[in-house]
Structure formats: C-alpha cells, structure tokens
Design a protein around this ligand. Structure first.
Ligand SMILES: Nc1nc2c(ncn2[C@@H]2O[C@H](COP(=O)(O)OP(=O)(O)OP(=O)(O)O)[C@@H](O)[C@H]2O)c(=O)[nH]1
Ligand SMILES: [Mg+2]
Length: 460
C-alpha cells in the first residue's frame, strides 16, 4: 500500500488511445519526471483534475516517447482514494509499453491484477461486494449482467447488509443488558420476545436475497446449455440457427459432429454457453465414440438440456434412452423437421414430459425459433419476474454467506423459543453478524481478499 503503482488500463492492441494509470503518493512526482509541456518545458505541478496536453519523454536524454494528455487527480476523491495520474497516449503496443518501462525505471512498481480496486477497498472507498461488482461490470457480456453488476456497485446489497447488521448489533446489545440484569426475571421475558420479533424481518429478507441468487448466478455466469440427441436430428443446425452463423458443420451424414462445439450466446439478455455435441448412439468408430462419451459427460453437468427429436423418423430406443436421462432436469424437448411428412407420434413420448416442454420447429423453413427462444427464457427463470430486476445476488460467495447467516439466525430463534440462556443465543447472532460481514469485507481473512482480487484483470 505504501508504494506507487502503475499499469496499462486499456486493453492491449491497436487502438486510438492507450491509458496508463499511476496510483500512490509519488504519482505526480514520478509522472512529472517524464512529462514536458507544450513548450517542451519541465513543470513542477499540474492542476487537479485538468486534462493537459504535453509530451512524454525519457528522463535521461529527453528523447520523446509520445504525445499525450495527462491528468492528475488529487487524493482522496479518486478511484483508489490515493493520488492518481492518468496518461492518455496513442494506443497500440509500443507507446504504452515504453511509458510503463520508463516509469518502472523510476521506481514505480507494476500493479498486480485488481490492485487499484484492492486499494480502493482497503482505503474504504468501496466495500468488498462493490469491488466484486466492478469486475462483473467489466466482464459482463449481456445487458442483464451489466444491470445486475451496476446494482451491486451502487450498493444495493451493501445497504441491505449494513441495515441487517445494525439491527443484529442492537439485538445483541439488548441481550447483553438483559444478561447483566438477569436476576430480574421479567426483563428477560421481554427480551426473548422482542429479539424474536425483530429477527423475523431479517430472516424474511435473507430468504428473499437467497432466492434471487438462482437467477443472479445465471445472469453472471451464464448457463451451460447442451444440445443433445441421436445423430442427424439437426443439433448442429440448431446451434447455427441460434448463433445466426454457420459455426458447426451440417451434413446429412449421421455422425457429422464428433467433438464438442462451444460458443457464447446472448439470448434475450441471458448469457448461454451453448454446446453442440456428437449425436448419441452406439458406434464402432473410435473417434465418434470418444465424442459420444464427451457428449454424455457434458450432458451430466449441463444446467439446461435441449433434447432434439426428428419428426420424420419414428421414436427410437436411442431417443427414449436420452429422454430418460433428462427426467427431472431443466430441459426442452425439440421436435425438428416438421416440414417433412410426420412419422413420429407425440403420443409415444413418455408421460412425464409436460406439454409446455415440447416445441415443434423446422430449421429448414425457419419455423418456431421465436417460440423456442421464449420457451428457453421461461424455463430458465421458471416464470420468476425477478429476472428483470436489478437487485440480484450474483456471487456464490455471497449466497453461501447469506445461507450461513440464515441458518445461524434460525438456530438463534429456536434457542430463544426454548428459552435457552441468552449468552448461548448470542453465539448464533454473532455468527450471523460475521457471515454478513464477510460479504461486504468486514471480518474477512487477508487470503480471501487476495484471492478475490487475483481474479481481476491488470489495470483495474
Ligand atoms: N427437412 C429438414 N431437414 C433438416 C432440418 N434441420 C436440419 N435438417 C437436415 O438434417 C441433416 C442433419 O443436420 P445436422 O444439423 O448436421 O444434424 P446433427 O444432429 O448435428 O447430426 P450429427 O452431428 O451427425 O449428430 C442435414 O442434412 C440438415 O440439413 C429441418 O428442419 N428440416
Ligand atoms: Mg452435428
């Protein structure tokens, strides 16, 4: 935290501009060592928050590295809450790299991944859940993901956690007082009831937040979606239709796809990791068999399965076998090739399949894709309206802490109900406090913090 750090904050590659960010007590001093104004003069200071034109030079021989705009932002109202200087030079690989090297030679240290944000957290400008939201904001690929990250960055979760912790702290204090005056029995009685009563809304709120995490995690992480079925039903054709590009090879030869083809897809704001697989069948072909095994494996850890059938062929044992594998799974049954004379009887489908799960399409004639997308969206959110909400718990870390807090409070209520000694009850409340604290970064161990920030990108 003591030293001054720098990193290239823009993505590598050819671009209009590149930005180098410097943070720490010596930011300005180091930046001025490589800066000359438009008259080629050394300057001793820069105005706070003013973008100024000048040159970046080698401090030793004065040779020019690039033209640049430079901006000094004085602590504490900066991203890191430290003195920050940003240098906007030309983009590309060389300028930014040379400026970085020059700064390093002056004793500025290269920032680690996420180190700017880590400093913002350690300096108290962001709490841990907000810092995590910064990364989500950068990495989100859909608008829903972006909205959820923004909500978290704005502090929807932090505010709720803070309020809950404040109430819990009050309740613990109340119990403390009661413990101190435990000879007077009636004080005790009042305390038991009151603590229980005031805990109930917190429990409700925790449950609601935990509920939202199902949707939240989908929106943040994407949903592993596998297209499965026997050979030649049109799996690769569906993959291409959803992606709106010819990604997978399509032929009328059964067994065309042998490996897994994976692509990211933004389906109405929901990120899907779409996987086209080898048609599942018994085969003597070694390569195809490996593909089939892979397909089955993927199938097992998929969040969602699109099981495809061919309307122009009778339902086969292979079909029924695969259908059996999706029982009790989040799945759609897609009957393709409805443009051909119908052979498959829908009445032969297993009884447990719900009519709403079955969709008829023709990829050849581009029929039924809208309905398919709609059904996918419904299935993913199970009709929950919260899908379009901003206030979602998106991290498994947060969900786990919320669940632990809930469990602790439910234990606490049980103990209160059984009129256990209050100091006994307090242990549960303390646990709930700590669990909630972990979400915002209070009462967390340093290695957890290091771990979280190490997943960030360089320059943020
Ligand atoms: N008539 C008709 N043919 C289709 C339709 N969809 C796909 N096909 C054809 O069916 C054949 C197989 O399509 P693919 O998409 O390669 O099928 P697949 O399930 O990926 O096959 P494998 O990779 O071998 O498992 C191709 O000749 C497609 O043109 C459709 O809706 N109607
Ligand atoms: Mg295929």
């Amino acid at each position: 935290m003591e030293d001054t750090i720098a990193a290239i904050s823009t993505a590598p590659g050819e671009a209009g501009i590149g930005i180098i960010r410097i943070s720490g007590a010596e930011s300005l001093q180091k930046a001025l060592m490589i800066y000359r104004d438009k008259h080629n003069k050394t300057v001793n200071e820069l105005k706070d928050r003013r973008l100024t034109y000048g040159k970046i030079i080698h401090p030793e021989d004065g040779s020019m590295i690039d033209e640049a705009l430079i901006c000094y932002m004085k602590a504490p109202y900066t991203y890191t809450a430290e003195d920050v200087v940003e240098i906007q030079c030309h983009g590309g690989y060389v300028s930014v790299k040379k400026i970085m090297e020059t700064l390093m030679a002056l004793g500025v240290r290269a920032a680690q991944p996420g180190e700017f944000t880590k400093r913002a957290f350690l300096n108290g400008r962001l709490d841990l859940s907000q810092a995590e939201a910064v990364m989500d904001l950068i990495s989100s690929r859909t608008e829903l993901g972006h909205e959820a990250a923004l909500g978290q960055l704005e502090g929807f979760l932090s505010v709720k956690i803070k309020k809950m912790r404040a109430t819990l702290l009050d309740l613990m204090a109340e119990m403390e007082v009661s413990i101190d005056f435990s000879e007077e029995e009636d004080i005790d009685e009042v305390t038991y009831d009151e603590v229980m009563e005031k805990t109930t809304p917190i429990i409700e709120q925790l449950k609601k937040l935990i509920d939202s995490s199902k949707t939240g995690k989908i929106i943040r992480n994407g949903l592993k979606t596998v297209i499965a079925g026997k050979p030649n039903v049109g799996k690769s054709s569906l993959m291409n239709a959803l992606l709106k590009e010819t990604r997978a090879i399509v032929t009328d030869i059964p067994g065309t796809t042998r490996d897994v083809i994976e692509e990211q897809l933004n389906l109405r704001g929901i990120p899907l990791v779409l996987m086209d697989t080898a048609g599942i069948r018994d085969t003597d072909d070694l390569v195809e068999r490996i593909g089939v095994d892979r397909a089955k494996q993927l199938f097992d850890d998929a969040d969602l399965v699109m099981m495809m059938l061919d309307a122009s062929t009778p339902l086969s044992n292979e079909d029924l076998e695969i259908l059996n594998m999706i029982q009790k799974r989040k799945a759609l049954v897609i009957i393709n090739k409805t443009d051909l004379p119908p052979v498959m009887k829908e009445s032969d489908l297993p009884e447990w399949i719900d009519a709403s799960q079955v969709l008829k399409i023709s990829l050849l004639e581009d029929e039924g894709m809208d309905q398919l997308e709609e059904a996918l969206e419904k299935l993913i959110f199970e009709g929950e309206k919260q899908a379009r909400e901003k206030e979602l718990v998106t991290h498994i870390r947060h969900q786990q802490a919320l669940e632990n807090a809930l469990q602790a409070l439910e234990e606490g209520i049980k103990a209160l109900d059984a009129r256990m000694p209050l100091d006994f009850v307090q242990v549960d409340y303390q646990e709930a406090m700590d669990q909630l604290g972990a979400i915002v970064g209070e009462s967390v161990k340093e290695d957890l913090i290091d771990h979280i920030f190490s997943n960030f990108c360089i320059g943020k």
